[in-house]
Write a new protein. Sequence first.
Length: 190
Amino acid sequence: MPKKLAIFGSGSGSNAENICKYFSASSDIEVVLICTNKRDAFIVNRANKLNIPVYIFTKYELNNFTDLHKKLQSIDVDLVILAGFLLKLPTIMVDSYPNRIINIHPSLLPKYGGKGMYGSNIHKAVIENKETESGVSIHFVNQNYDEGEIILQEKCVISSNETVETLIQKIHKLEHNYFPVAIDKIVKKL
Ligand code: GAR
């Protein structure tokens, strides 16, 4: 039986699509559901095109974690993947899936993590602080924002003429190359 993944996202969903395509021919891993708190996010269009069921929920439903939990139980989810999901998970959800929730963060944690640090805010801060490198961190989710055990980190160099846009592209490339690899690694240990 393949291990079942549910991917959570709030935005464009390029990582979600990349993960779905990467494992589309796999007999070990299957993406069974895409979950979002934003019904008009582009991740929904991508899921529809990939023929993957979408579950849309409100912030209240996330925090209350009753219907969403039932949904995840009904599909027998093995691993929850946060790919650009921008709401903090409630304690009850984290406790229900210990070491079964993975997040990707577009910086070298613990640098540029925590509240308010997401998407282009991070890249802007990295460039303003004249960092010489940045990268991606893939980590387990625990009770504290961006502080769970690191599974994998990959770096990129910041060039002297780096802009937020060029850095987003560099980071996305790293994310698309390494997120499926990290998921594969974790699934093999389940
Ligand atoms: C990714 O860069 C991901 O690392 C970031 O949002 C982007 C989503 O892109 N996540 C965070 O900032 C979480 N704190 P995508 O929707 O194209 O996959």
